[in-house]
Design a protein around this ligand. Structure first.
Ligand code: DGL
Length: 255
């Protein structure tokens, strides 16, 4: 048993979509969430810069006593996960893997769409995953231009947000995608828009967060790291931004 917290890290608010699934799936576990905030968005930054930011974030979470760290950021995973696992080899580090596998297993049209940041789509991880599961399947990609900024500025329920989402999905829907993977943890905050746009078209939009929470549960069992039966979970929120941003993280998480 281990009552230490699980660390969850993202460039900003996005990783809270994973945080809430972890809280749902693992109600006895304490969680420390670090949302950079100061350097968000990461999606167009050079990989080396993202590695430096991710290194500082994971070190901060380990200093906070975390027993396992979830890099709840596809962009940081793509740029830094191998580096982080090599440097912090004594700590289980979970990254985000684009949910291309379930999409490819479940497609009936043989066409799958992936929405992510530019950095994620350029990463080897995405290429390897698509190649591994996308045989005989057309995997279409699109950058969710402006999606991260919409969520960071609490504009995800505006007409501008709907126009942004429609623009990004137009091509993949026109070409018959019946599975759309959300390859950025910010994007599930736009789920009402996705669902409105695909309603009636037999298209499934996949948020990988529940699968990440199940994977963390398996790792806790594998390493004997579950919190004790009587542990009362605590939730902490850290940021590289200011106190206003830290409070935004807390409010959005607990809303
Ligand atoms: N939530 C991050 C992801 O999953 C967004 C990255 C960014 O800040 O652009 O990729």
């Amino acid at each position: 048993m281990n009552d230490n917290p699980i660390g969850v890290y993202d460039s900003g608010l996005g990783g809270l979509t994973v945080w809430r699934e972890l809280r749902r799936a693992l109600p006895r576990e304490s969680l420390v969430y670090l949302g950079d905030g100061k350097n968000c968005p990461y999606g167009s930054r050079p990989a080396e810069e993202i590695r430096t930011l991710a290194d500082r974030a994971v070190a901060t979470l380990l200093d906070a006593g975390c027993k396992l760290v979830v890099v709840a950021c596809n962009t940081a995973t793509a740029a830094a996960i191998d580096f982080l696992r090599a440097k912090y080899s004594s700590t289980p580090i979970v990254g985000m893997e684009p949910a291309v596998k379930p999409a490819c297993l479940n497609t009936r049209s043989g066409v799958v769409g992936v929405l992510a940041t530019a950095r994620s789509l350029e990463g080897d991880l995405f290429r390897r995953t698509a190649a591994r599961y996308g045989e005989n399947i057309r995997v279409l990609t699109a950058v969710g231009e402006g999606f991260v900024e919409l969520v960071e500025q609490d504009r995800e329920q505006t007409p501008e947000a709907e126009a942004c989402v429609r623009r990004a999905m137009e091509e993949m829907l026109r070409r018959g995608a019946d599975q759309v993977v959300l390859g950025c943890t910010h994007y599930p905050f736009l789920m009402p828009l996705f669902e409105r746009i695909v309603a009636g078209h037999g298209v499934t939009v996949i948020d990988p967060s529940p699968a990440v929470a199940r994977h963390v549960a398996r790792l806790l069992d594998h390493y004997g790291l579950r919190a004790g039966e009587n542990h009362a979970p605590q939730y902490r929120f850290l940021t590289f931004g200011d106190e206003t941003y830290r409070r935004r993280l807390e409010c959005k998480a607990l809303a």
